[in-house]
Design a protein around this ligand. Structure first.
Ligand code: RUQ
Ligand code: CUA
Length: 654
């Protein structure tokens, strides 16, 4: 008998008996073995739990049927997908397929999603992975509005749009202007633009130039992708970019409220080191760490928009680009020194200040937008960089510096005037006061924290309440699973007098970078596609949608068209006969309108798999190139007769 069948019996047993598992090996770790009773005291003792553990458990435990207060949208890193996590339970709710084929969702196994993935090709090359770093929720007046989320691919510079109406990817844009990116994606306060910034300089628009021509031919850039909210799409024709010197632009953030209309980018490698450690040069990392100061880029995108409208651009790789010299001449771009090989630039909720993590410097430096504006108005510069960009004097542009510790990276905010900075080398979260720039508390995390996130943390009205440390290393936190370890998200409660660690969530996908946390009730997702026949990409009725009673097989010039419906528990037609070599077009509509009545569909041995959520329509095109008998069946356990939801795909020899 399948173990699952024993489950009801097991559940009917008294808890104390059911929990005793004689096969559990004795271990130093918390264990339920030997629990004889079920009082809280007895359970605590048996599992070796402290009162603090139980307190943390009660703050995260979410009983069956109860829902979470917040959603985290986490980058799935090299997995190229988006991870949706509930807070405070830290339960993983969904992976949203973006840059990588994902079989369960049928993403990359049917016509619509194949075409979508193709739009993310670069240089005509199909790409099946992505290096996702920074998801950005769409904003209205600086607050997350729960409508869209944008994500980037650092390795193959691309930006994707995910609709939160149904948690599916609806668009991908890839500009061949740049060859890598990182400061991406960040949105302006009304999601007019999605910002994508290059990281490793290269000749703009592609092509070859030797590293010896780095200073003259290599460039950085930031792309401002224009977002049309009504269409829910990025409009490439209305998008534009600005050329930067060949420094490695790193993180970015858009100004808000006081600083709305401006964008900020930090940079590393203003040394313009190129590596070459077998060619007698220092390795890139030491070459890039010589200067005590790099440059924070301060950019007036509102004014830049006018410059673009006035046609003062050149077109590279189909993109209108403001040349660096134009950006200087038009007063769009300024630099301010920032110590030292920094990482992380975060605009405070009121938009008045910009916080930069020093990385190789122990401070978080707090820049004053007002002071920078005054310096620009007074044309008070501390010289220019080798490309002619005016440099604002460091001391006059900052309000001060908070002494954070070793390796400050990213900063988030709560609604109570506090900032939280990830401290990489120390493996700590530093909570500090924005008012007096003093550290209030430092909390150890496990280990090597990269990004940090707070509830609604990038908005004009952050909640705080929960902070998550996104740790790159887990070393000793979880049971051993071989040399490749999960990353560790640690949920921290910051509501009390001191920060409290609540929960460790192993992330078995590499490697998540940034995440955002939004109030769950801001997301209004649909649960069925209505009416039946919707194409999930366009959110419109698909031209090939099939109605119940209109199922048929038609032979046309371009092959065999199979108009099929799925409903518990059969496909109609359930027998499909084709001839060897024929092109087959399957058009399948799940005509059900009941929540969670999802079917899957596969034809064996043809690398076909689609997900048919209620009301969804999917098209699949392939060539029946090998004669044979191929079972086709439903892949979701949809009903008692699910196993019988099957049929035959017959390919007759020529
Ligand atoms: S990065 S660990 Cu790609 Cu955002 Cu800072
Ligand atoms: Cu439909 Cu199983």
């Amino acid at each position: 008998m399948h173990p699952k069948r024993w489950l009801p019996l097991l559940l009917a047993m008294p808890l104390a008996t059911a929990c005793v598992d004689a096969a559990t090996p004795p271990s130093a770790q918390a264990s339920t073995a030997g629990v004889q009773g079920q009082s809280l005291q007895e359970l605590m003792q048996a599992r070796g739990l402290t009162e603090a553990d139980v307190n943390a458990a009660l703050k995260t435990y979410t009983p069956s049927g109860k829902k979470d207060e917040y959603f985290i949208f986490a980058s799935g890193g090299h997995g190229g997908n988006l991870i949706v996590i509930g807070v405070p339970s830290m339960r993983i709710l969904k992976y949203v397929a973006v840059f990588t084929p994902e079989p369960w969702q049928g993403y990359g196994y049917g016509d619509q999603t194949n075409d979508l993935l193709k739009t993310g090709s670069r240089d005509g090359r199909a790409l099946t992975w992505g290096d996702m770093h920074h998801p950005a929720l769409s904003e209205t007046a600086g607050d997350y509005d729960g409508q869209y989320i944008f994500v980037n691919d650092k390795a193959n510079p691309r930006v994707a749009v995910v609709s939160l109406e149904d948690f599916t990817t609806v668009q991908m844009v890839a500009s061949e202007l740049i060859e890598s990116e990182h400061g991406s994606t960040f949105v302006t306060p009304n999601t007019d633009y999605v910002i994508e910034t290059a990281q490793y300089p290269a000749p703009l628009g592609g092509g070859y130039a030797d590293l010896s021509e780095y200073d003259t031919k290599y460039r950085g850039a930031a792309i401002f992708w224009k977002f049309d909210r009504k269409k829910g799409r990025i409009v490439p024709e209305d998008s534009w970019a600005v050329e930067f010197p060949p420094y490695m632009q790193d993180l970015a953030d858009a100004g808000k409220l006081a600083s709305d209309g401006w964008a900020f980018f930090n940079s590393i490698n203003t040394e313009r080191a190129t590596g070459g450690n077998l060619e007698g040069k220092p390795p890139l990392e030491s070459g890039a760490s010589q200067n005590d100061m790099d440059y924070l880029h301060v950019f007036d995108w509102k004014k830049a928009e006018e410059v673009v409208k006035a046609g003062k651009t050149k077109t590279i790789a189909g993109m209108r680009v403001i040349a660096l010299q134009t950006a200087i001449d038009e007063g769009l771009l300024y630099f301010v020194p920032e110590p030292k090989s920094p990482h992380g630039i975060d605009v405070t909720p009121d938009g008045k200040e910009m916080v930069v993590g020093g990385k190789l410097d122990t401070h978080a430096t707090v820049y004053s937008f007002e002071k920078m504006q005054q310096l620009i108005a007074d044309q008070k510069f501390d010289g220019r960089d080798p490309y002619g960009v005016p440099i604002l004097p460091f001391r006059d542009a900052i309000r001060g510096q908070a002494e954070i510790g070793l390796g400050p990276l990213h900063t988030q905010f709560d609604g109570r005037g506090n900032a939280y900075t990830s401290v990489f080398i120390e493996s700590k979260v530093a909570k500090w006061s924005l008012k007096d720039l003093k550290v209030i508390e430092k909390m150890p995390v496990h280990y090597n924290i990269g990004h940090i996130l707070a509830a609604e943390g990038d908005t004009v009205s952050p909640d705080g309440n929960y902070v998550v440390a996104m740790n790159k290393w887990a070393i000793d936190r979880f049971a051993d699973v071989g040399p490749l370890l999960p990353q560790n998200f640690q949920l921290i409660d910051d509501r009390g007098p001191s920060m409290q660690l609540l929960y460790d969530l192993p992330i078995p996908l590499g490697e998540p970078h940034y995440s955002q946390m939004i109030k769950a009730d801001k997301i209004k997702s649909i649960d069925v596609y209505k009416p039946a026949g919707i194409n999930a990409l366009t959110h419109q009725i698909d031209p090939f949608a099939v109605k119940g009673g209109e199922e048929r097989i038609e032979r046309k010039a371009d092959g065999v068209h199979v108009y099929m419906t799925a409903v518990r528990s059969h496909f109609t037609p359930d027998t499909v006969r084709v001839k060897e070599g024929e092109t087959v077009h399957l058009h399948i509509t799940n005509i059900e309108q009941a929540k969670d009545a999802t079917h899957g569909f596969t034809v064996g041995s043809h690398n076909i798999h689609v997900s048919l959520e209620p009301g969804k329509h999917v098209n699949v095109t392939f060539v029946a190139d090998k004669p044979g008998v191929y079972p086709m069946y439903c892949t979701e356990f949809c009903s008692a007769l699910h196993l019988e939801m099957a049929g035959y795909f017959l390919v007759e020899p020529k």
